[in-house]
Design a protein around this ligand. Sequence first.
Ligand SMILES: [Zn+2]
Length: 113
Amino acid sequence: MSSELPTAPDSLPKYIVEGIPKQSNESLRDLQAWIDQLIEYREAVSAEDIEADDGEEIEEVDESGGTTTVIKRVDCGKDACTKCPETKHGPYRYEVSRQGGKLVWDYKGPVEG
Ligand SMILES: [Zn+2]
């Protein structure tokens, strides 16, 4: 057992680093449980939450992993494009999570083969 306060991760904002050590052990355990629930909530984006924007076409929603992966085709919106609006571009892979009540689409690149 160390007698020194463990060093906070550098990634944490100052108000968190200063506020957390002041809490009781009970509050810290509650916080720990709540953080787990928050992470689970953010990562668990179900297929019903996924909506295609104008000109987009969802090909697949995979909820089997820890995150939600969406494969979709997108319309570039350019009049001169030979692919749009019929075949579109892609398919591209995205990982979708929830941040502050909004869905965040993290582009992971084109789907191979
Ligand atoms: Zn196009």
